[in-house]
Design a protein around this ligand. Structure first.
Ligand SMILES: [Zn+2]
Length: 273
């Protein structure tokens, strides 16, 4: 599942390649992902021009000269490609945008759970949960003090809070494990048991992990002037590494699966409280 590092890497690549370029055609191939009628995309995207690509939580936001936004949340299996048109089409390609200059921007989604919207810039709040969700982790307004204040409202297990979009957006299952390992906090600790110091450490760890991971995932996706989303997680230090030694202390990493979610952590570095 793409989280902040993957989406930031894609965003940086696309900002260097599509800004200011006109859309020649938009082909909508597999309907369930389109939350704006596919016809509207096909008919109104051609002739429009890409502006800056932004990210909000797990959404990539493609600004358009028409003051609209193509907003895509790839959910579990969505991925973005920027390729030569002759490149073989993946069977689950949902959207193909032909861009001036001869390249294709494609959205592929194996399980078709992603969501594609085309909305006026001033109406982003039309997107379900847009206004009820919390800030993006990298939003400058989410200072360490704002993080502390927001955390006070939650009393559950800290991993569930980190992956709850109502608290903060952009963190999923994989990076929440990495952040908790970095902060040396047990994922099952209930929030009120954490000291203020630990809650501050968590904020810093979340930012360090994103900074560390983004260039690593970019390396796996970008090849010259093309981008093909490939999930690279081989650099992780704890997530899905159950049974392997912890890179910090050497103890064996624990892995627990519950509700179809894998949680990996080190019982030595991240003791129960
Ligand atoms: Zn350890």
């Amino acid at each position: 599942m793409p989280e902040i590092p993957e989406l930031e890497a894609i965003r940086a690549f696309l900002n260097a390649h599509i800004v200011g370029r006109q859309i020649e055609s938009a082909e909508t191939r597999i309907p369930p992902v389109f939350r704006t009628p596919a016809k509207e995309l096909r008919e109104t995207l051609p002739g429009d021009t890409f502006g800056t690509v932004l990210r909000h939580g797990k959404f990539l936001l493609f600004g358009l000269a028409s003051e609209r936004v193509l907003a895509i949340n790839p959910m579990l299996t969505g991925r973005f490609q920027y390729l030569e048109p002759k490149t073989k089409l993946h069977a689950k390609t949902c959207l193909v945008i032909a861009i001036e200059g001869g390249m294709h921007l494609r959205y592929v989604d194996e399980r078709l759970m992603g969501k594609v919207y085309l909305v006026p810039l001033r109406n982003l709040a039309m997107i379900p949960n847009w206004s009820t969700n919390g800030p993006d982790l990298l939003d400058p307004a989410l200072t360490e003090d704002a993080w502390l204040a927001a955390l006070k409202r939650y009393r559950g297990q800290i991993k569930s809070i980190l992956t709850n979009a109502e608290f903060v957006q952009g963190i999923g299952n994989a990076y929440s494990d990495e952040i908790l390992w970095e902060a040396q906090i047990n994922p099952y600790t209930s929030r009120p048991k954490l000291t203020e110091e630990e809650q501050r450490t968590l904020y810093q760890a979340a930012h360090r992990v994103m900074e560390w991971a983004t260039p690593l995932v970019a390396g796996a996706m970008v090849k010259g002037d093309t981008l093909d989303y490939e999930e690279r997680r081989d650099f992780m230090r704890v997530h899905r590494l159950g049974g392997k030694p912890c890179p910090r202390c050497g103890a064996t990493i624990t892995e627990i699966t519950a509700n179809q979610r894998i949680t990996s952590f080190c019982r030595t570095c991240q003791p129960e409280k």
